[in-house]
Design a binder for this molecule. Structure first.
Ligand code: GAL
Length: 348
């Protein structure tokens, strides 16, 4: 720009022509640059609930029953990796990273585990969640570990020094000495980490604060409702808990309750969408809170399971409508999110 001749009142006719030529040339270049920027710019961060969700390699994301960890400004998504070519003896957890929650980079399979508790060929490892312990610096992975009949009912614990490192299996245990199946993860605004776990004999689920080293838990709250897929969020002065009824892989109308404090008391359960919608075929996994400069958005993160083709199970993420103790999951529609401002827009 600085080389452009500056038109002066006293410029001669040829000088004026030159100025015109340069201006046309500049405008042309500007248009080309703008067109190129449009063509080569990263696609907008659009989330399409229910569609195949591809990673940076063009492969369907394998992070079922997953959890999200926000670590140093980057989101990490961990979940069950059900890739068809996986070794059938092993159970896998994959890790992806993203800045905008829409474009995901495959980091690696952070866990490829061979039946550590000798539970037999149908053993399961489900709903992995990774916590970062600020005191020890370790990343601690929790998952539901079980035999094929779901009788073992424990949590598995594996640790790594790196967020996407090789997680080393440490142990399994029954939190609070209770049977534990579906687990959930919650980090409060003050950084306190909680494990949510469903306990069938007590007909409800526990919210349990992780111990200082994250290797055990202590009781924080018990929600008297036989639900699984439990998830929790703190929004606008209230705690919201959601969960699904126990219908295995089949979807059902998921419900929520609120409490002024994490220890309760919890309200009655209410539907998160009209019951006929059956949670749009999905089951709750996590509530992700995006605190932006303009708005706080809570995302319902659910799974649309395909039990016969688990690798092709889909994800159902939608921003929740929340206000003064009410929570509503809208019907699926493509939407975009600005993780900086927290704003969302539905895409017609
Ligand atoms: C669901 C549970 C899944 C899986 C499935 C097996 O209820 O949420 O994680 O365990 O049952 O039937």
């Amino acid at each position: 720009m600085s080389e452009l001749p500056i038109a002066k009142a006293s410029a001669t006719a040829p000088e004026r022509n030159n100025v015109k030529k340069v201006s046309v040339w500049t405008l042309g270049m500007l248009l080309i640059v703008l067109a190129a920027a449009t063509v080569f710019a990263a696609p907008p961060p659009v989330i399409r609930p229910g569609d195949p969700w591809l990673d940076n390699r063009g492969q369907q994301i394998q992070a079922h029953g997953g959890g999200i960890l926000l670590w140093k400004g980057t989101y990490y998504w961990f979940g069950e990796d059900r890739t068809q070519s996986n070794d059938p003896e092993k159970r896998y957890v994959s890790c992806y990273s993203s800045k905008d929650l829409a474009h995901w980079k495959f980091r690696r399979q952070v866990l490829a585990l061979s039946d550590p508790e000798h539970l037999g060929p149908h053993w399961i490892l489900e709903r992995p969640k990774v916590f970062h312990n600020p005191q020890t610096g370790k990343f601690v992975l929790y998952a539901h570990i079980d035999d094929g009949k779901y009788k073992f009912a424990r949590v598995a614990v594996a640790v790594s020094d790196k967020v996407d490192g090789d997680y080393q299996y440490l142990k399994s245990y029954r939190p609070l000495e209770q049977e534990s199946r579906d687990i959930g993860q919650f980090i409060d605004d003050d950084g306190t980490a909680y494990l949510i776990f469903e306990s069938r004999p007590t007909k409800g689920f526990f919210i349990a604060k992780l111990s200082a080293d994250y290797m055990s838990v202590e009781k924080t709250s018990f929600v008297q409702a036989p639900l699984e897929g439990g998830a929790l969020v703190h929004f606008d002065g209230l705690y919201y808990v959601i969960g699904s009824h126990m219908t295995g892989w089949r979807p059902n109308p998921n419900v929520y309750a609120t409490a002024p404090s994490i220890s309760g008391p919890w309200t009655e359960m209410k539907d998160i969408a009209q019951p006929e919608a059956n949670t749009y075929g999905s089951q709750s996994s996590m509530l992700v809170k995006v605190t932006g400069t303009k708005k706080t958005t809570v995302i319902y993160m659910g799974d649309i399971w395909k039990p016969k083709q688990l690798w092709d199970s889909r994800y159902f993420w939608m921003p929740l409508e929340m206000d003064g103790g009410a929570m509503h999951l809208p019907a699926p529609q493509p939407w975009s999110l600005n993780t900086k401002t927290g704003e969302t827009a539905l895409i017609p």
